[in-house]
Design a protein around this ligand. Structure first.
Ligand SMILES: Nc1ncnc2c1ncn2[C@@H]1O[C@H](COP(=O)(O)OP(=O)(O)OP(=O)(O)O)[C@@H](O)[C@H]1O
Ligand SMILES: N[C@@H](CCO)C(=O)O
Length: 319
């Protein structure tokens, strides 16, 4: 159950008046999600999602929320934050930061086919392009600095084989990040967590994506790698499914062509993306937050993906 802060319609009756949404008519807690309290909110003006932030620092929120607004204004199908009468997007509810955003239609596609992967690839490329003139900046807070700081914290909990893999991969990624080829990669705001559960579909049509709370400025290719490592794999083994990889990459390339530097960096970045989620899952598994209420994600899933990417060359980026 992912409603950590209790809110009733009664609690909202005064609070909602600062928004141009009319009266709140219905409020329903959303049970999925592990980081925030989410509610479907029906008002006289339509369907919305109310999010109360449980863990995110107030300092980071403006980047995420303004980025959603920026992308929504440019026609990318992401939840549009609703400003209050003072133009503020983040307001306090029950003593915590909260936002109201538009509700996307559709449902997650947890068994994606090439047609769905193509939609995701096209949308991701459009999102990268639309983010180019976003003025705020915040690094990817799960980037290489975080990897370097977090790996030593989990190492004491690992088997010898796991520890060896982690050490070797962190060293490999640090070396790669110091190359001129890496420095030449295109960068901008990236979603950085575009997994199957963060995208909505109606049939074969993508209706939107959400959960921007790991967004930051990083290489566009890292975002592509994160997305491919979830959308285009056999979940049991972590192996890439060539037809889905091709569909996603071709569609992305059609909207924003890959560069020669990106073609060179593709295999290392697939590994970087696997490492990032292996490490965050290891951290959550071995060092859970005091108030953690839910079962952490399985770290071995991303260990398998990382080993796969090291052992087998993935389909190359299209030319
Ligand atoms: N704008 C939206 N439109 C429709 N549904 C939404 C929207 N935002 C969130 N949801 C629903 O709420 C659920 C939880 O949202 P979200 O994934 O953002 O929460 P979270 O706590 O950050 O989760 P996690 O960290 O596990 O990804 C989603 O699975 C989705 O069903
Ligand atoms: N997508 C992340 C969870 C955080 O959103 C994972 O699968 O580990």
């Amino acid at each position: 159950m992912a409603v950590f802060t209790a809110v009733s319609l009664d609690d909202l009756s005064q609070w909602i008046k600062q928004f141009p949404l009319g009266r709140a008519l219905a409020l329903q807690g959303i049970s999925s999600g592990i980081d925030n309290s989410n509610f479907f909110l029906t008002t006289e003006r339509g369907e919305f999602v109310l999010t109360i932030f449980e863990n995110l620092g107030i300092k980071q929120l403006p980047f995420y929320v303004q980025l959603m607004r920026h992308l929504a204004e440019r026609g990318i199908p992401v939840p549009a934050p609703v400003p209050n009468a003072d133009g503020e997007l983040v307001v306090t509810l029950q003593g915590k930061p909260a936002i109201i955003v538009s509700r996307l239609s559709g449902a997650s596609q947890m068994d994606p086919q090439p047609v769905h992967c193509a939609e995701v690839g096209r949308m991701l490329a459009r999102m990268h392009l639309a983010g180019q003139d976003f003025e705020m900046t915040q690094p990817n807070l799960r980037g290489l600095d975080w990897v370097g700081a977090t790996a030593p914290q989990v190492l004491p909990f690992l088997s010898e084989a796991e520890a060896a893999l982690l050490r070797t991969e962190v060293a490999f990624q640090s070396e790669f990040a110091a190359t001129a080829g890496y420095a030449a990669l295109a960068r901008g705001p990236v979603h950085a967590d575009l997994f199957r559960n963060n995208v909505m579909f109606e049939g074969e049509r993508l209706t939107g994506c959400f959960d921007f709370y790991f967004a930051g400025v990083d290489t566009w290719l890292f975002d592509v790698a994160v997305t491919v490592n979830d959308w285009c794999i056999d979940l049991a083994t972590g192996a890439l499914d060539e037809a889905r990889v091709r569909a996603l990459l071709d569609a992305y390339h059609g909207a924003r062509p890959f560069t020669p530097e990106e073609r060179t960096a593709w295999q290392p970045l697939l590994r970087a993306a696997a490492l990032r989620f292996w490490l965050s899952r290891l951290y959550d598994f071995h060092l859970p937050r005091a108030a953690e209420l839910l079962t952490p994600h399985d770290p071995t899933h991303f260990e398998r993906i990382l080993r796969e990417r090291i052992e087998r060359t993935a389909p190359e980026l299209p030319v």
